[in-house]
Each structure stands twice: as C-alpha cells, then as structure tokens.
Design a protein around this ligand. Structure first.
Ligand code: ADP
Ligand code: ADP
Length: 226
C-alpha cells in the first residue's frame, strides 16, 4: 500500500503560471521521504493539493488508497499537516490549540487532553501550555504545529519546510522527535530546500524543479552520485 500516489498531477494558477507540470510520485507506507527543491519549485503547491488546500487542475491523488476526489474525508483524516506559516490564533493557548484541533476530528475530550499532554511534553512545550501562543518563539510555534498535527494520530505526517528559521539546537531535537514517530510507524513527508536536512532524516528523496520531478531515488543512491 502506498501512503501517497500522485499521477499526472498538474496545477495551473489563475494567473496562467503552471507550478506543477504532470508529477508522478509514489511514497511507500512507513517511509521518511523528502521533497527537495529550490524556492519556487512547486513543493508547497504539491503539498497544498495533497492536503486539499489548493485545487488541482488535473491528475489524481491517492492517500492510503483513498482517492482525493471520491473519498476526500477519508484521505484527509489520514493526514496531519505542519504548514510553513503559523496559522493558529496568537491569543489561544498551546494546550487549547491542540485539544480544539482534536474536536474537528470528533475525538473525545478525555482522549484529546491525554494526547495533548503527551505531545506537548515530548516537544518540550508542556511548561508553556497555558500562555498566549504569541509569546512562543518561532521554534516553539513550529513544535506546537507538530503537536497539533499529530493529535488525530494521522498515518501520514506532512511538514512543509519544518525547520526553516529554527536554530540548530532546536532543529536537532525536532529531527530526533520526527525520527522517533517515524520509527513508531508514521509515514513522514517533508519539503525542504536543505539537502542536509533531507540527508539527515530521509530514506527516499524526490527532487523537484520547475514543477517537475527530476530525480527520485533512495537517499543513499543520490548521495553516492554527488
Ligand atoms: P518558499 O519559502 O517555499 O519558497 P514562499 O512562500 O516564499 O515559499 O513562496 C514561494 C514563491 O511563491 C515566492 O516567489 C512567492 O512570491 C510566490 N507566491 C506565494 N504565494 C503567491 C501567490 N499567492 N501569488 C503569486 N505568487 C505567490
Ligand atoms: P516552493 O514551495 O517549492 O517554493 P511553490 O509551490 O510555493 O514553490 O511555488 C511554485 C510556483 O508557483 C512559484 O513560481 C510561485 O511563484 C507560484 N505560485 C505559488 N502560489 C501561487 C499563487 N497562489 N498564484 C500564482 N502563482 C503562485
């Protein structure tokens, strides 16, 4: 079973720019996968389509066998997204942000509070759980979005440039956390424009440039070529 399959995926924006030009891609269940490419390559557009934030122009998307057009809710419930930009209320508190997210998935409150505690602990945010989230540092906000993305225990976690602007110590602890949840069975796809990040974390990699996949291989095979 593939965690994600893209076939002939195309996105042309209203201004006429084609950001994604017929991508085919398979990501295996359990993989830790990098979508690497320079700014403007089409990474965020691709992630946006997979997570139903951007409408595709044509092609198909399947998430754990659920076609995004025919079984959108089932596909969406398989995915946790960590977006590039902070998109929670700066006035809400971290604990409430995570628990309220669980509400959208119909998760009972008791289960939601247990999970919020577990993930906020694991991401070193527990002592910040009751302060307005605007007081968190950039790295803390990113970790909060990871906790929020995990609260419905998605089979696939997608992170868009997860450590952009995060300092090196925090970046390493975020990497270690992601490795751990991947070992526990969550498939992870991240976009990055740092080869070092992909190299440190990922087993398989696709390189995207100008809206096209120009390389798709195991990480080790790519590194051997460089
Ligand atoms: P990244 O950090 O992945 O490069 P950005 O948010 O910086 O993502 O956006 C990448 C490019 O897309 C930038 O050149 C930006 O100006 C452009 N862009 C983002 N949103 C829009 C939009 N709504 N319309 C046109 N261009 C956009
Ligand atoms: P990446 O995430 O790899 O930086 P994006 O998917 O953000 O790339 O952008 C791919 C291309 O699409 C860029 O040329 C960007 O300017 C353009 N783009 C992104 N969002 C929009 C938008 N809403 N309208 C028009 N063009 C966009």
């Amino acid at each position: 079973m593939h965690a994600l399959s893209l076939r002939k995926l195309v996105k042309t924006y209203k201004n006429g720019l084609t950001a994604v030009k017929g991508i085919d891609l398979d990501v295996e269940e359990g993989d830790f996968f990098a979508l690497l490419g320079p700014n403007g390559a089409g990474k965020s557009t691709t992630i946006g389509i997979v997570t139903s934030l951007v409408n595709k122009t044509s092609g198909t998307v399947s998430v754990f066998g659920h076609d995004l057009d025919r079984e959108r809710d089932a596909a969406k419930s398989c995915i946790g997204l960590v977006p590039q930009e902070v998109n929670f209320s700066q006035f809400e508190k971290p604990f409430d942000i995570v628990v309220n997210q669980a509400g959208y998935y119909g998760i009972p409150r008791r289960v939601a509070t247990e999970r919020a505690e577990r993930y906020l602990q694991q991401l070193s945010l527990w002592d910040k759980r009751d302060i307005p989230s605007r007081q968190l540092s950039g790295g803390m906000k990113r970790r909060l979005m990871i906790a929020r993305a995990l609260v419905h225990q998605p089979k696939l976690l997608i992170l868009d440039e997860p450590t952009a602007g995060v300092d090196i110590e925090i970046r390493r602890s975020m990497w270690e956390f992601l490795r751990q949840i991947n070992r526990e069975g969550t498939t992870i796809i991240l976009t990055t424009h740092y080869l070092e990040e992909a190299e440190s974390l990922c087993r398989n990699i696709a390189i995207i440039d100008g809206g096209e996949i120009i390389e798709h291989s195991p990480m080790a095979a790519l590194l051997a070529k460089l």
